[in-house]
Design a protein around this ligand. Sequence first.
Ligand code: C5P
Length: 223
Amino acid sequence: KQAAVITVDGPSGSGKGTVCQLLARELGWHLLDSGALYRVTALAARHHGVELDDVEALEVLAAHLDVRFKATDGGDTQIILEGEEVTHAIRNERVGEDASVVAALGPVREALLSRQRDFALAPGLVADGRDMGTVVFPQAGLKIYLDASAEERAQRRYKQLISKEPGASLGDILNDIKARDARDMNRAVAPLKPAPDAVILDSTLMSIKEVLQAVLDEARHRG
Ligand code: C5P
């Protein structure tokens, strides 16, 4: 029997990441952060001097990616690439940009498919990404599409960033978010879009807690 799966797709800054972490914790289920896989692939490309337009080399890199997701005692997840901890290194803006370029390549997505499906273990999986409900887990029992206005998502990113980078500009962040959205939504393979059977939630005016509650209500509603 296949493990139960809840998919949460949506653009960056919609709150997916936090909601998925809380949801997995609440349910006691596994968590797949699929964006981290694309980020790790992009970082591995940098480390190995692979250009982001070298599709064949990127495909090989993705297929043989030596990455581990290691649970810590504190309940967090460490990401280990080729023996080196990259948990924080993959979160910077440049790696995010590179990930979005790498993620537009069909052969790279193919190469990461089985690795993502391996996360679907009992008692269940919360899968966070862009194509979780449409491509990777089309049989999922509950599919959420979490959206928010680009302006609100830029504000959230700005608040996170300003303590670390005092020079951060809201306008620049908004432009980056719009460019990333356009690339993720308009690419030929696995574009960001709601699955036909997804529940669409708009988090623009919702707190994380409210979003979490709404998803839990949907999950209980479906048994
Ligand atoms: O969610 P996160 O910002 O970590 O994802 C980084 C990039 O990886 C996204 O901008 C997107 O281009 C890509 N991605 C994807 N499919 C997924 C998850 C992420 O294409 N399932």
